[in-house]
Design a protein around this ligand. Structure first.
Ligand SMILES: Cc1ncc(COP(=O)(O)O)c(C=O)c1O
Length: 530
């Protein structure tokens, strides 16, 4: 079996004081050295090579069963030509409902459970749930399972918008912990341990602490210290590890949530490992949360017809990680380091690197994620994204007003990475020859949270009116506005709108920022509580 980790609560919380700044910071090296043996990631074992779910799917294909069940295309026989061409007959032949033979009956969970148990061991939990609607649905399940109407929860301000939706569903009251915004990169960093400790002390009645780590740029919080602070207050720690499905499987990557002592986490297996789009896992241990209740809530948030291909891909991706993760991710780390070395000296090009470790709330960086800016070459993140796609055939993960973000995984060869470096080298030379000057400037800094006047749910369901954004200061927002990426709300339902927030939204509209949440996506108007 996998070596499951059980960390003594409180054992890892060590804050070291730096003489130069006087600010307490977590000394990661000392922490790790002092914990030799207890904070190791799991040892890879042959038991994890088993893939019960995808094996059953393969078996179904060879049985020659005549399907009088969903879906209507009947293993592809009735599918339109274009679908057969794009999907391939092999894929359609295993697009079956669970009742169709992969699982024995619609109610049985034996096969899924076998695959989930392997995944629980791999990711370091007692229980794992496969999710078909991404980490989004895992976050909904966790909040619904932990906090009801009027209950307090401590949540990071850099939470993904799925947490705002979960607050509306559950009726819980958020108490925010704010991460610093990096002034150069314009991105939210992560939540400092000290701020989490202060929030826990201020809200002893809270039901849980939520943290996002890594954030979408790969910036990690000091999870072990946060776990210790949270557990000292007898609260469960839930980590949105959507961007960290790989962390536990390679010693060269940052510490993962379950190794750090978290009570639950969600990880998007579709984001950085081999799960297909929408696949995700929710992993939990039962010391501080009720696993049975969690299971019933997970079933409420999932389709009753889960896509078997999504489940099968989680099963295979877990086996791949658990048996080869160390080697595969070391290869990705090597390729990313190789690219960083060549990109950093290019005039006008910047790559987010280890200097970020000295910033507040930052304990580590996933160095396989490349946050890159060409602002000094006169290109916004959006322009860099389109130039890379149109002129060099390179698609990035995301773009924001200043930066682009690229994922380097074990799926990329050295040639792929070299192609990107060559493109950036050529682009930088072209821009310099054309006499480009730095033009992109950051948006005004991310507006500060004001105060929560109503619960997100009450504000969302209240009578509301759409007002021109300039007229909203002093009013209570009835909707969320989250620039995407990174999908973090600038304002959320129930919050008082400040002049700073309204100015930011005006600027975002002028720059045509992509946003999620509001009814008026052009941001000319915003819905406020009447
Ligand atoms: C931090 C964070 N959490 C959660 C999610 C939701 O994940 P999914 O797309 O798997 O639903 C995202 C998606 O981008 C995210 O960035």
């Amino acid at each position: 079996m996998f070596t499951a980790l059980s960390l003594p609560p409180g054992a890892l919380y060590r804050v070291y004081h730096r003489r130069d700044s006087g600010r307490p910071v977590v000394d990661w090296k000392a922490l790790r050295d002092s914990q030799t043996g207890s904070m190791q990631k799991p040892i890879q074992t042959p038991a994890q090579a088993a893939t019960p779910y995808i094996d059953a799917l393969l078996g179904y294909r060879t049985q020659g069963i005549v399907p009088f069940h969903t879906p209507g295309h009947k293993l592809g026989k009735g599918a339109p030509e274009i679908m057969r061409e794009v999907f391939g007959s092999a894929l359609l032949a295993v697009d079956v409902a669970m009742a169709g033979g992969v699982e024995d009956t619609r109610e049985s969970t034996a096969l899924v459970r076998a695959a989930e148990d392997l995944a629980a061991a791999a990711w370091g939990g007692e229980r794992c749930f496969f999710l078909v609607n991404g980490s989004t649905s895992g976050i909904h399940s966790l909040l619904l399972g932990l906090a009801g109407p009027g209950d307090s929860v401590i949540v990071p301000r850099n939470a993904h918008k799925s947490l705002q939706a979960a607050l509306i569903f559950s009726g819980a009251v958020p108490h925010y912990v704010e991460p610093a915004i990096d002034p150069l990169w314009g991105i939210p960093l992560n939540v400092p341990v000290e701020s989490v400790a202060a929030a826990v002390a201020e809200h002893p009645d809270a039901k849980a602490v939520f943290v996002v780590s890594p954030n979408s740029n790969g910036v990690c919080a000091a999870l072990d210290a946060i776990a210790a602070v949270t557990h000292d207050a007898r609260l469960p720690l839930v980590v949105d590890q959507a961007w960290g499905p790989h962390l536990r499987f390679c010693s060269g990557l940052p510490l993962d949530a379950m190794s750090a002592g978290a009570d639950a986490m969600v990880a998007s297996t579709h984001k950085l490992i081999s799960g297909i789009t929408q696949s995700s896992v929710l992993v939990a241990r039962g010391e501080r949360l009720n696993l049975k209740r969690l299971e019933s809530v997970v079933k409420m948030t999932q389709s009753t017809s889960p896509q078997v291909l999504i489940y099968a891909s989680i099963d295979a991706a877990r086996a791949q990680m658990a048996t080869q993760g160390e080697e595969l991710w070391n290869q990705a780390l090597d390729n990313a380091a190789w690219a960083r070395e060549r990109l950093a000296p290019l005039p006008g090009v910047r790559v987010l690197s280890d200097e970020v470790l000295s910033r507040p709330g930052v304990a580590d960086l996933d160095r396989t994620r490349l946050t890159l800016s060409a602002c000094d070459l006169g290109l916004t993140g959006y322009e860099l994204e389109t130039t890379l796609r149109d002129d060099y055939g390179i698609a990035v993960e995301a773009a924001d007003p200043l930066n682009v973000l690229l994922n380097v995984t074990y799926g990329d060869s050295r040639d792929d990475v070299a192609g990107f470096v060559a493109a950036m080298t050529d682009l930088a030379a072209r821009r310099r020859d054309a006499g480009a000057v730095a033009s992109a400037t950051p948006l005004s800094s991310w507006p500060r949270f004001t105060r929560q006047v109503m619960t997100p749910r009450d504000a969302f369901f209240a009578r509301s009116e759409a007002l021109p954004v300039a007229q909203t200061p002093g009013r209570v927002s009835a909707e969320m506005v989250a620039p995407y990426p990174p999908g973090i709300p600038v304002v959320a339902p129930g919050e008082e709108i400040s002049a700073e927030i309204a100015a930011y939204l005006g600027e975002a509209a002028a720059r045509k920022l992509h946003v999620h949440g509001p009814e008026d996506l052009s941001l000319k108007t915003l819905r406020v509580v009447s």
